[in-house]
Design a protein around this ligand. Structure first.
Ligand code: ACO
Length: 331
């Protein structure tokens, strides 16, 4: 799916927040759990440490502070929100949705609230859906949340997946604005590659040997990731009539520094325009892009007028890009 949305409606991000749990798990810590080394993890992934939720923390606990920060930045309260979407593959539970739980905690009593599942691409899908709901006149102010507690579904004896992932969440407020915000989205899915990254036994399909822990064919996912980051970025830019030279801030899914470097070189984006925080958070799935956006805002890279390109990709296999002009000025 690719589109530029409605030319007569301008929608942008007016608030942004992120939150990661306190506990840091370093590569040295992992060396004590599985047969791995700091050198191997650094060389193959660029990840130094990741954050792991406490036993008492579920996704809604990580997402709540992120939502509160995003609402405060937008100058809103929960009562102002009429749409709340949580992109995740690790909700607090299958039902009630984490969207409904968060809406209650935030006092978003007028909001339609639900969860959306698109693997690590979930945040990009949810952004596009929020955009569409506002553009279609169904919603005025949307809170779009992306987050995961992947530590709960990892196989803590599998070194090939354990070292890659971490926990975290982020949120943005979407609203109509006087200036142009989002220009185009490109979203896609290729279910034929689903078996390369999956969680058998987590739903209604019965498996003989399912143990409800993440399984991944790393080489296939690597090939997919490096190809799709480039293709999707080029597609959304072309659709919006922009070029890579126009892009000021590039926020790719934070899966692995090698994957990001590969895409960045192929696209020809100078490294100073690329946001990378996977070294400190690992792959936080749906939390990845909003966490990276929040970091870029905190360090001053996300300034009003900057053209921002975001691309997510993950289980499904799925992918999604968006191109927008950043409009929010934070004093
Ligand atoms: N420590 C030490 N050795 C390891 C580890 C580890 N943590 N993990 C695997 N190895 C070993 C393997 O067993 C293998 O050993 P062998 O040759 O004796 O069989 C060797 O290292 C090489 O394994 P490869 O899988 O070929 O290593 P590769 O260079 O492909 O790197 C990696 C593996 C990092 C997983 C890479 O394939 C990758 O990054 N894939 C993409 C993964 C990803 O990003 N997934 C998520 C994206 S989508 C989403 O976000 C949900």
């Amino acid at each position: 799916m690719i589109g530029t949305g409605r030319s007569d409606v301008q929608i942008t991000i007016t608030g942004l927040g992120a939150h990661a749990p306190e506990r840091r798990l370093t590569n040295d810590d992992l060396e004590k759990l599985v047969d791995t080394s700091n050198e191997w993890i650094m060389e193959r992934t660029g990840i130094r440490e990741r954050r792991i939720a406490a036993e008492s923390e579920a996704l809604s606990d990580l997402a709540l502070p992120a939502c509160e920060t995003a609402l405060a930045q937008a100058g809103l309260t929960g009562k102002d929100i009429d749409l709340l979407i949580v992109a995740t593959v690790t909700p607090d539970m299958a039902f009630p949705s984490t969207g409904a739980i968060l809406a209650d905690k935030l006092g978003a009593v007028d909001a339609a609230a639900y969860d959306l599942s698109a693997g690590c691409t979930g945040f990009m899908y949810a952004l596009a859906q929020g955009y569409g709901m506002i553009a279609g006149g169904l919603a005025q102010r949307a809170l779009i949340v992306g987050g995961d507690v992947l530590s709960r579904i990892l196989d803590w004896t599998d070194r090939s997946t354990l070292v890659l992932f971490g926990d975290g969440a982020g949120a943005v407020v979407l609203e109509q604005s006087d200036e142009p915000g989002f220009f185009a989205f490109e979203l896609g899915a290729d279910g034929s590659g689903g078996e390369h990254l999956w969680l058998p036994g987590s739903g209604s399909r019965l498996f003989d040997d399912a143990d409800k822990r993440v399984k991944m064919n790393g080489r296939e996912v690597f090939k997919f990731a490096t190809r799709i980051l480039v293709q999707s970025a080029q597609a959304v830019l072309e659709r919006a009539g922009s070029t890579l030279d126009d892009v000021d801030v590039y926020v790719p899914h934070q899966a692995n520094v090698r994957i990001i470097d590969h895409a960045t070189k192929k696209l020809g984006i100078p490294s100073e325009r690329v946001v990378i925080n996977v070294d400190r958070y690992g792959n936080t799935s749906s939390g990845s892009i909003p966490l990276a956006l929040a970091e870029a805002q905190a360090d001053g890279r996300l300034q009003p007028g900057k053209l921002v390109l975001m691309t997510g990709m993950g289980a499904g296999l799925t992918w999604g890009s968006a191109l927008m002009r950043w409009t929010k000025d934070v004093p």
